[in-house]
Design a binder for this molecule. Structure first.
Ligand code: SAH
Length: 448
């Protein structure tokens, strides 16, 4: 498994009293040289009972609570000081202000989430064996719950929720796509790639570390092959439908695996319906609706590239192109135009991109969700169905439901929730990490 070309990270895993590299202390709020001198022997350090040279993160008084509840994120505001001069990606012990060990965490000075916990076990050593254990566990969950039965595509590792903060691995047949969204995951990238190569034996491991969230982490964007060679064409067969996956250029890691079950639900609702699929990407919901017997499906997306793939997907599945119409447009404008043209539909799907990556964007995002949902309610025929989604981590399920209720009220319709939906089970949610439940959906029927 060990590849000499890929040196193992030399992160210190244990506090070592004699390590000269970690001798100075950095106060979080002020990194000037003078202030470093000023805080070298703070009362806090004595209170924490830490030797001068011991590297680690010391939390502010009372700020250990969420970490003790096993939430893996340590925000910069919770940190009293950093002991030593760690590099981004290093594994550090985290201590309460009383010097009590709490967790091992990956450090990143460039992020608001200054550390992400790997483990709460003081005896754990964060090394290749640790990652092997976590990866094996993630693979076992998918196998034990038979999540591989309906699709050749699957989320193999769901970051924090699989105990591997910042690491996403998606599988498309014999191609794996890795996405490193934290300095810690970045540090262990080659170790994890070696383990995945050994356990899954893929033809290719491709790196898509080019999501917007990398910027928030202060990490540079990367896109390229990590192991093997990328086959000319990659596809996923999901519930018997074939979808082309553009691993190198497509959105996310190439496909929206999280909507698999929800797409299947759409198929069961589509018979003889006029369907409008907004934000259709490569045609996921549209193809299911067509196979389910929809009378017509109008699909809208702003990306011409995505629509080309969607049309290819339609053809490769032998579905009736005469019932499908594709429109390259901004959904916000297109919905208004459809309203002005007096168009109406029996089933509308709204699966927009992430409007609120964090709670800070929630207010603006809420306006966006309300706008498109209000328009959709107005375009529905009496008794029509709206399947509406939000993949914004910054919008809770509760808030999303309130926004939709407001939209229905303003549109003048009564609506019943028939389904509360989430991501497919290969996106498990760690109980102590509610942020893992980023995708929520409601299927509603309006009054007739
Ligand atoms: N439902 C899809 C995934 C949708 S992802 C599936 O099941 O695969 C969100 C899509 O919204 C992307 O394809 C993106 O190109 C598109 N998009 C983003 N902003 C848009 C806008 N303002 N108008 C139309 N499409 C938009």
């Amino acid at each position: 498994m060990t590849n000499p070309k890929n040196k193992s990270p030399s992160t210190p895993h244990r506090p070592s009293q004699g390590n000269r590299d970690f001798r100075s202390r950095i106060k979080r709020e002020d990194k000037s040289r003078d202030s470093q001198k000023a805080i070298q022997h703070t009362p806090l350090q004595q209170r924490a009972g830490l030797p001068n040279a011991q590297p680690g993160i010391i939390l502010k008084t009372g700020r250990e609570k969420s970490l003790l509840r096993r939430h893996p994120w340590i925000f910069s505001g919770a940190i009293e000081c950093i002991n030593g001069m760690p590099s981004n990606g290093d594994t550090l012990p985290v201590f309460s202000d009383q010097g009590k060990f709490i967790a091992w965490a990956a450090y990143n000075s460039g992020s608001q989430i200054t550390a992400r916990a790997w483990s709460w076990n003081e005896k754990e050593i964060i090394n290749a064996e640790f990652f092997r254990g976590r990866i094996e566990c993630a693979i076992a969950l998918r196998r034990d719950f038979h999540l591989t039965d309906t699709s050749t595509g699957m989320r193999l590792i769901h970051a924090e929720s699989d105990g591997l903060p910042g690491l996403i691995v998606d599988q498309y047949g014999d191609v794996l796509v890795m996405q490193m969204g934290s300095a810690g995951a970045e540090r262990w990238r080659d170790t994890c790639a070696d383990i995945l190569q050994e356990l899954c034996n893929p033809a290719c491991i491709y790196e898509r570390s080019d999501s917007d969230s990398r910027a928030l982490e202060g990490l540079e964007l990367r896109n390229g092959i990590l192991r093997g060679a990328l086959p000319e064409s990659v596809e996923v067969i999901e519930n018997g439908l074939r979808f082309k996956v553009d691993v190198a250029e497509g959105q996310k890691t190439g496909f929206y695996l999280d909507q698999r079950d929800n797409r299947a639900l759409t198929e069961s609702l589509a018979r003889d319906k006029d369907v409008l699929n907004c934000f259709c990407y490569s045609g996921g919901f549209s193809l299911y609706a067509l196979r389910g017997g929809a009378k017509s499906v109008l699909s809208i997306d702003a990306s011409g590239d995505a629509l080309h793939i969607a049309e290819d997907n339609l053809a490769s599945n032998g579905l009736d192109a005469a019932r499908a119409e594709w429109l390259e447009a901004d959904v916000f404008l297109a919905l208004r135009k459809l309203r002005d043209q007096g168009r109406s539909f029996d089933l509308i799907i709204l699966d927009p991109p992430k409007f609120a990556p964090t709670a800070a964007f929630a207010e603006k995002a809420a306006r966006g969700y309300k706008d498109i949902n209000l328009l959709a309610f107005k375009l529905l025929r009496p008794g029509g169905v709206l399947a509406t989604y939000s993949c914004s981590g910054g919008i809770s399920e509760d808030l999303f439901q309130k926004i939709i209720a407001g939209a229905a009220l303003d549109a003048g319709v009564d609506a019943q929730i028939v389904h509360h939906l989430h991501a497919t089970a290969d996106h498990p949610v760690l109980l102590s990490f509610p942020e893992g439940a980023y995708l929520k959906g409601l299927v509603l029927r309006i009054g007739s």
